[in-house]
Design a protein around this ligand. Structure first.
Ligand code: CA
Ligand code: CA
Length: 125
């Protein structure tokens, strides 16, 4: 009898272990900076609010900062490009309009120059 209980407990543990990774799967725009995402931050040094995206975003208007609030358009001050294969292009205007700067694969920018601070309105990989 004790052996049966032990086997049942072990089965329960095995099930819990196998389920855990699925619960942690990366999700776009959930406030967590995951692999393969571009993660924008409201303030310098990756602080003050986050917006994390897995895909191109042609218009930042309508997205809000997690943990901070407010529209993300024209208010990014630092970012991470967690994409392994894709260079990130951050644009001054929506729909890839205006000037842009690039951030390499797995690159980071702890702060922007004054020209780019609080200007980004779209991004493309
Ligand atoms: Ca995420
Ligand atoms: Ca802009």
């Amino acid at each position: 009898m004790q052996r049966k209980i032990a086997a049942a407990l072990l089965a329960g543990v095995a099930l819990a272990v196998s389920v855990a990774p699925a619960a942690q799967a990366a999700q776009s725009y959930n406030g967590v900076c995951d692999d393969h995402e571009v993660c924008n931050y409201r303030l310098a040094n990756y602080s003050g609010g986050i917006a994390d995206f897995y895909t191109n975003i042609p218009d930042y208007d309508g997205y809000a900062w997690f943990n901070y609030g407010g529209n993300i358009n024209d208010s990014t001050s630092s970012l991470k490009n967690n994409a392994d294969l894709n260079i990130l292009e951050s644009y001054q205007h929506k729909n890839a309009g205006g000037g842009y700067f690039t951030t390499g694969t797995n690159g980071k920018r702890a702060s922007f120059t004054s020209t780019w601070d609080n200007t980004v309105s779209s991004h493309y990989f």
